[in-house]
Design a protein around this ligand. Structure first.
Ligand code: C5P
Length: 211
């Protein structure tokens, strides 16, 4: 019997994490943010003074424990960059496949990431590809992280975020191992002009169609 899997993929800051979490609550499935796995491996490497551009993260990936995923310092810019670098390493990706598949074994799951619908669960019952323009994603990330568009210099801050988002998109899409791309049978949701409630409603509609 195939577990009920909802795959939510897309680029950084498109709203897929918010959507996946709320969708999981709504339909009563466990939720896994798979980006945290790559972030936790990157964090362990940085703590061990290992450079993810030049050193294999396999050992850190194999030593990953549940506590590593609960650390509060996984969503900082240096980990954004380092995670994108370890995510290029095929042996690290390979080491994380089993963890992701087993997560859905018992009760099914909603997982968000970059390659859930293409590599981890190619037979997922529902595949969503959540995206938005780089400008919309940058603004969202800026406001989420305490940004304020009434502050002097905010445009400069926003531009920096957009630049790093574009760099991460480029790295995630151009890599050889499991690049970011939409699965052929995924449904795309473009979130530029949608708030979180509208995205959730659209996703629920798509899930219902598949039931
Ligand atoms: O989703 P999040 O921004 O937290 O992911 C951090 C990084 O982990 C991404 O930039 C991407 O390189 C990598 N990642 C991945 N495959 C996934 C999830 C995340 O390569 N399924």
């Amino acid at each position: 019997r195939q577990p009920f899997v909802v795959a939510v993929d897309g680029p950084a800051a498109a709203g897929k994490g918010t959507l996946a979490k709320r969708l999981a609550d709504e339909i009563g499935l466990p939720y896994l943010d798979t980006g945290l796995l790559y972030r936790a491996v990157a964090r362990r490497m940085l703590d061990a003074s290992e450079d993810p551009a030049h050193t294999s993260g396999l050992e850190q990936a194999e030593g990953l424990s549940p506590e590593d995923l609960l650390r509060g310092d996984l969503r900082v810019p240096e980990v954004d960059r380092a995670a994108s670098l370890v995510a290029r390493q095929p042996e690290v990706r390979h080491a994380l496949v089993g963890v992701q598949r087993r997560f859905a074994d018992e009760r099914g799951a909603v997982l968000d990431g970059r390659d859930i619908g293409t590599v981890i669960f190619p037979d997922a019952l529902v595949k969503l590809y959540v995206t938005a323009s780089p400008a919309a994603r940058a603004l969202r990330r800026y406001l989420q992280t305490g940004g304020d568009t009434t502050r002097p210099g905010w445009e400069e801050e926003l531009r920096e975020i957009e630049t790093s988002i574009r760099a991460r998109d480029e790295a995630d899409s151009a890599r050889e191992a499991a690049p970011l791309r939409m699965a052929e049978d995924a449904v795309m949701i473009v979130t530029d002009d949608m708030d979180a409630n509208a995205v959730l409603a659209e996703a629920i509609r798509i899930v219902r169609e598949r039931l």
